[in-house]
Design a protein around this ligand. Structure first.
Ligand SMILES: *Cc1c(COP(=O)(O)O)cnc(C)c1O
Length: 221
């Protein structure tokens, strides 16, 4: 048997306790998410706002929805009432919009800064100096309705484990430096979201405490 629930159970057996599993359900039907839910999974990741909103409507309300995709500012309003973590923040403008929409719902929305760590040019994200500029800005200092919880990144899609280790290690280092410079006294800056189906073992080895797995739970997309 290789059902969703079996895969989840096997994964849970081997994941260290400090690692949070985000089940990436993008493109998968409600029935597949319900099956994972029934097997105890409560955190799901989606990369399209409309799809996440539709699934949020249809499924149990104790699910934590994570937005893991590249996000356009004009879509933030649709998910601001319920999204629990936004992984892909890559600009001050986007953070500003999340803050404004969160304020309308009297919420504080948790966010991760996404970094460009891959050698591939197609992946989104900030550089370390861009993140420093963002965190030093007066606009950021005034935001009351977002909380930066940590960092997110994606390694190059490759068979080269050394390259993956190097890229994932660089994200951990960025996280350590930002923590020391900007979040020394904030225990809430504690999430390192890295690792997908192909590289989560390496990611955990490099200090990840949140992995985002799609195909290894739900099968190929
Ligand atoms: C699709 C996706 C994942 C999951 O990928 P798998 O290889 O299926 O585990 C993780 N993170 C992001 C940002 C994604 O877009």
């Amino acid at each position: 048997m290789n059902s969703i629930s079996n895969k989840l159970e096997n994964l849970r057996k081997k994941l260290p306790e400090h690692v949070t599993l985000v089940a990436v359900s993008k493109t998968k039907p409600i029935s597949a998410i319900q099956e994972a839910y029934d097997a105890g999974q409560r955190i799901f990741g989606e990369n399209r706002v409309q799809e996440m909103c539709d699934k949020h409507e249809a499924l149990p309300k104790d699910i934590e929805w994570h937005m893991i995709g590249h996000l356009q500012s004009n879509k933030v309003k649709y998910m601001a009432s319920f999204v629990s973590l936004v992984h892909g923040v890559d600009s001050l403008k986007l953070l500003h919009e999340i803050n404004q929409q969160a304020a309308k719902h009297n919420r504080v929305i948790d966010c991760l800064l996404q970094f460009h760590i891959a050698s591939e040019s197609t992946k989104f994200g900030l550089s370390e100096s861009e993140a420093q500029a963002l965190l030093k800005s007066s606009d950021y200092a005034q935001m009351q309705n977002i909380r930066v919880r940590g960092v997110m990144g994606m390694a190059t899609f490759t068979e080269d484990d050394d390259l993956i280790l190097k890229e994932l290690g660089s994200l951990k280092s960025i996280s350590d430096r930002l923590k020391a410079e900007f979040f020394k006294d904030e225990d809430s800056f504690d999430i390192i979201s890295m690792g997908m189906s192909g590289d989560y073992g390496l990611a955990i080895q490099q200090g990840s405490n949140m992995i985002r797995l799609g195909s290894s739970i739900f099968g190929k997309r």
